[in-house]
Design a binder for this molecule. Structure first.
Ligand code: NAP
Length: 251
């Protein structure tokens, strides 16, 4: 059974790996045996150190995913260092909170660029390498807001709905090439992304009251899910959006 989840010899790119959910998933993949390419704007020194303690190799790539222009560089550096891309975790994401009536075009475009456009084109670039071996796993990080509208976050909800649909569209085309494309939709997780909600006593209580598990999620809660979707254990799982939310959506 253990070999089903073994990622020894695999290379994974994890975007937004410097902190939060990306750092947690990068560590999980490393614990399962993978070498990790860490992508963020400011570098992922802390995550790199943790992974190297576990005896895995890393490559820390500084890149801004608000434009697609850096995608080629990320793929080239990965292939130069590790020779192949087995796993892509499209995790980097941003959020802007403003009432819809005042929401600016700038906030709309910036969120859609990182959260949706780059997700598609980085998946496309990675798939070109995966297709050569007819083997690959692409995991896009969506959100509960692929299913719900959220409050004050219209571009974020639109972008995460897009991530769920991109996942299904790519799965339909690429399953035949041995590439599994799936998504994880995390619930309310305690990271920098949700800091304003955690710090607002009324919102924080309202959120907590609705979570059947009775607590916010933490990066470690995605460990098993990401290893499952990155490993042979999920070889016949295609185009699925796997919700990890302590029961929020079941309410
Ligand atoms: P976070 O703590 O804010 O971390 C975001 C990560 O993305 C950081 O590593 C950041 O590093 C990187 N990043 C942001 N913009 C980037 C850019 N333009 N180019 C490259 N890297 C960039 O967020 P998180 O909570 O861990 O969320 C991770 C993902 O899960 C996001 O897609 C988010 O939407 C999604 N999600 C989160 C929750 C939640 O409750 N936290 C729930 C559902 C979905 P730098 O700043 O160094 O670039």
């Amino acid at each position: 059974m253990n070999t089903l989840f073994d990622l020894t010899g695999k290379t994974a790119i994890v975007t937004g790996a410097s902190t939060g959910l990306g750092a947690g998933m990068a560590l999980a993949l490393a614990e399962a045996g993978a070498d990790i390419v860490l992508v963020s704007r400011n570098g992922s020194a802390g995550t790199k150190k943790e992974i190297e303690k576990k005896g895995r190799n890393t490559l820390d790539v500084v890149a801004d995913l608000s434009a697609t222009s850096q995608i080629h560089m990320i793929v080239e550096k990965t292939l130069l260092e590790f020779g192949k891309i087995d796993i892509l975790i499209n995790n980097a994401g941003i959020i802007r909170r403003t009432p819809a009536i005042d929401f600016s075009e700038k906030d709309w475009d910036e969120v859609m660029a990182v959260n949706a456009k780059t997700v598609f084109f980085l998946a496309q670039a990675a798939a070109k390498d995966m297709m050569k071996r007819k083997d690959g796993k692409i995991i896009n990080i969506s959100s509960l807001l692929a299913f719900q509208g959220g409050i004050l976050v219209p571009s974020y909800a639109a972008s995460k709905g897009a991530v769920a649909q991109i996942t299904k569209a790519l799965a339909n085309e690429w399953a035949q090439h041995g590439i599994n494309v799936n998504a994880i939709a995390p619930g309310y997780m305690a990271t920098n992304n949700t800091r304003p909600l955690q710090d607002d006593p009324a919102r924080s209580k309202a959120i907590l009251d609705r979570i059947p598990a009775g607590r916010w999620g933490k990066p470690d809660d995605l460990k098993g899910t990401v290893v499952f979707l990155a490993s042979a254990a999920s070889d016949y799982v295609n185009g699925h959006v796997l919700v990890v939310d302590g029961g929020w959506l079941a309410r």
